[in-house]
Design a protein around this ligand. Structure first.
Ligand SMILES: [Mg+2]
Length: 180
């Protein structure tokens, strides 16, 4: 498969939302999914924060009535992930090392769902979206929650720029004059 097609296959989310709370029950029903695997930082909470906003909490509670929910985070602080979601009855996994699939698969087992029944939701292309696509799930990309994280946005832009640069290089003939 040509690189460009490969990249667009694995790094194109099924849908994009400005905020996780913009994901509606109607949308999820249309997609035919029964569960959500949610990223934590910059998806449910501002990076490094330890609490949900009231809006996110209300959204989670409404989603939980009809859908199974699991949090899968790459954070190295397991206790933090658990503390944040404690009380909502949501299973949480830290140190997930997305885009690896191992922990995402554990989440599927916990939710008793198949990969085609879940949507993986997160703010990063190279971890959340790539991991979700590799899993065989549908994916939703969330714009960063926090305002002040310009650096992260810059990194994200660089990430996309780099990927398109790689894709272009893969299709242009190798120059014989330069270098060697
Ligand atoms: Mg994140």
């Amino acid at each position: 498969m040509p690189l460009r097609r490969l990249l667009s296959k694995y790094l194109t989310p099924t849908a994009e939302f400005a905020s996780v709370t913009d994901i509606t029950l109607e949308f999820l029903r249309e997609q035919g999914v029964r569960g959500l695997i949610l990223d934590l930082d910059d998806t449910l909470v501002d990076y490094g924060r330890d609490t949900f906003s009231t809006k996110v909490r209300a959204w989670l509670e409404s989603i939980q009535k009809d859908f199974k929910v699991c949090v899968v985070s790459n954070t190295s602080r397991q206790h933090r992930a658990q503390a944040i979601i404690e009380g909502l009855g949501i299973p949480a996994y830290a140190r997930a090392r997305k885009p690896r699939r191992q922990v995402l698969r554990q989440a599927l087992v916990t939710m008793e769902l198949n990969e085609n029944e879940v949507m993986v939701v997160g703010d990063r292309l190279l971890t959340d979206i790539l991991g979700g696509t590799r899993l065989g799930a549908r994916t939703a990309l969330i714009a960063p929650v926090s305002d002040q994280r310009r650096m992260l946005r810059l990194l994200r832009r660089l990430e996309r720029g780099l990927l398109s640069w790689v894709a272009q290089r893969a299709h242009s003939p190798v120059s014989k004059e330069s270098g060697s």
